[in-house]
Design a protein around this ligand. Structure first.
Ligand SMILES: Cc1ncc(COP(=O)(O)O)c(C=O)c1O
Length: 433
C-alpha cells in the first residue's frame, strides 16, 4: 500500500481539479489505493465490498484477471491505430455485440462514453428521418455535452445552458410519485396522453426519435410499468420516429434474464446506446443500429479513440466473461435474492418508501416516514456514509438525492450478496435510531 498524506493530496486536488468534479463523499472523500474483484481498499487499509461498481461500470469485478491479461497482451501488440486502419479486435467486438443485440441491430459505431453514444444516436435518427424532433422522458440523464444535457431532464445536471430547442420531455411513468389512488394502467394512460399532447402541441408532428432509459439510472432506478414502452413505441412509429434505448446503465445483463434492459418490455428498438459496464472500466461507448439507420448516417464522422485496440480488447474480454459464465442467468437469480432482501428491509424500516428495479439494478427510495412520501436526502446521505463505515459501498441517485442505488457486480458471489445485505441492514438500523 502506498502511504499517502491525505490532507496534502486533497489540497493538491482542490488546487488543480475543477470543483465540478465532486467526489461522492464530500468532505470525507474515499481515496482509493487498490481494488481486486469485489473489493476496494482505501489508503488507510480499509476494505470495502463494492455494491456500486464505480457507477455500474466495473461490471465483472475489479482488475478481473482474464480481462487484465487480454488488455496487457493488446497493449504489447498495438495500442492505437485510429479508425484509419482496420483493427481486428474491433470487428470481433462488433460481431459479438451484434450476436446478442435484439432484433435487427447489427451495425455499430464505437466511441469513448455514453454521452458520445447518445450524440451519435441522435445524429443518426435525425439523418434517417429528416426530422429534428426528439422526445425523451423527464428525469432522464443522457450525458454531459450540451446536446446530452439538453436531453437530460434533471435540473442539476443541466449546467451551463442547454442548446437544443428540438428536444421535448414528456411525463415519465414514475408510479411511486403519482397519486396513490391511481392504478398502474391509469398512470400509463396519463403518460401516453401526455406524450400525444406534447407531439401535437410542441412538434410539427414528424418525430426523429423517442429516447428512453429502460430503467432510469441517475433518475433513481425509476422502472416503468410493463405496458408503457410498447404503447410509447406505437405512437412514435405513427409519427415516423425511431425508438432509441439508452442502455448506458441497463445493458450487458445488468437487469437480469436479458442482455439488454429494453427486452423486458418486449420492444425492439431501432438504436441502442451503451457504455459503462461494457468495458469493465475501460472507456468505451457504442451506438448499435439497424443497417438502414446506420447507413443513413452519410458522410464521415471520426472518433480518434473510438474502437481503440486496447479498450476493444478489454471489451471483448468483458463480453466473453459475461457470456462464458452465463451471467444472464446469474444476474437474474442473484437479482431475485437481492430484491427479496430489500423487500424485507422495506418492511422493517418505514423510511424505505419503495424498492424497485430489475436484476442487479435496484434502488430504495428514502422518504420521511409520515405517509407524505417527502424525499429524505439527509437520511439517504447518512445511509451511504454509515454503510461505508460498515465496509459497504453503495450509490445515490434520484432528482432529490433520496434514492439508494445498489448494483453489485454482475458476477457477484452469492455469499457476498448476503454479506452486503447484512451490512446494508446494519446501516439502515443505525440511521433509524
Ligand atoms: C443512462 C445514461 N446515459 C448516458 C450517460 C452518459 O455516459 P458517460 O458518463 O459515459 O458520458 C450516463 C452516465 O451516467 C447514463 O447513466
Amino acid at each position: 500500500m502506498v502511504v499517502v498524506d491525505q490532507a496534502a493530496l486533497m489540497e493538491r486536488y482542490h488546487k488543480h481539479i475543477f470543483p465540478a468534479t465532486a467526489p461522492m463523499y464530500g468532505d470525507n472523500p474515499l481515496i482509493v489505493d487498490h481494488a481486486k474483484n469485489q473489493y476496494i481498499w482505501d489508503v488507510e487499509g480499509n476494505r470495502y465490498l463494492d455494491f456500486f461498481g464505480g457507477v455500474l461500470t466495473v461490471s465483472v469485478g475489479h482488475c478481473n484477471d482474464e480481462i487484465t491479461e487480454r488488455t496487457i497482451e493488446q497493449f504489447r501488440r498495438v495500442q492505437h491505430t485510429s479508425t484509419l486502419y482496420v483493427n481486428p479486435v474491433m470487428v470481433d467486438v462488433a460481431e459479438m455485440i451484434a450476436s446478442k443485440a435484439p432484433g435487427r441491430l447489427q451495425k455499430l459505431y464505437f466511441t469513448n462514453s455514453g454521452t458520445e453514444a447518445n450524440e451519435t444516436a441522435i445524429i443518426a435518427a435525425r439523418m434517417y428521418t429528416g426530422s429534428m424532433e426528439i422526445i425523451t422522458l423527464r428525469h432522464a440523464y443522457s450525458g454531459r455535452t450540451q446536446a446530452a444535457m439538453s436531453l437530460t431532464a434533471h435540473g442539476n445536471w443541466r449546467i451551463g445552458g442547454v442548446t437544443d430547442p428540438y428536444i421535448r420531455h414528456v411525463k415519465n411513468p414514475y408510479t411511486y410519485r403519482f397519486p396513490a389512488n391511481m392504478t398502474e394502467d391509469e398512470i400509463v394512460d396519463y403518460c401516453i396522453a401526455d406524450l400525444e399532447e406534447v407531439i401535437a402541441t410542441l412538434t410539427n408532428g414528424k418525430i426523429a426519435a423517442f429516447m428512453a432509459e429502460p430503467i432510469q439510472g441517475v433518475g433513481g432506478f425509476i422502472t416503468p410499468p410493463p405496458t408503457y414502452f410498447k404503447r410509447a413505441y406505437d405512437i412514435i412509429k405513427k409519427h415516423g420516429g425511431l425508438f432509441i434505448s439508452d442502455e448506458v446503465q441497463t445493458a450487458w445483463t445488468r437487469t437480469g434474464q436479458h442482455w439488454f434492459g429494453i427486452e423486458h418490455w418486449g420492444v425492439e428498438p431501432d438504436i441502442i446506446t451503451s457504455a459503462k459496464g461494457l468495458g469493465n472500466g475501460s472507456p468505451v461507448g457504442v451506438t448499435i443500429a439497424t443497417p438502414e439507420v446506420a447507413d443513413a448516417l452519410k458522410g464521415t464522422t471520426f472518433s480518434t479513440f473510438g474502437g481503440n485496440p486496447v479498450t476493444m480488447a478489454a471489451t471483448l474480454g468483458t463480453l466473453k466473461y459475461i457470456d462464458e459464465n452465463n451471467l444472464v442467468q446469474h444476474t437474474y437469480e442473484q437479482g431475485q435474492v437481492l430484491m427479496q432482501k430489500l423487500e424485507e428491509l422495506q418492511s422493517e424500516f418505514p423510511f424505505v418508501g419503495e424498492v424497485r428495479g430489475k436484476g442487479l439494478m435496484t434502488g430504495m427510495e428514502i422518504v420521511v416516514p409520515d405517509g407524505s412520501k417527502t424525499p429524505d436526502a439527509a437520511r439517504t446521505a447518512q445511509i451511504i456514509n454509515v454503510a461505508r463505515k460498515h465496509g459497504l459501498l453503495i450509490g445515490k441517485g434520484g432528482l432529490h438525492g433520496n434514492v439508494v442505488r445498489i448494483t453489485p457486480h454482475l458476477n457477484i458471489d452469492p455469499q457476498d450478496m448476503l454479506t452486503g445485505m447484512e451490512l446494508l441492514g446494519r446501516a439502515l438500523a443505525d440511521v433509524s435510531k
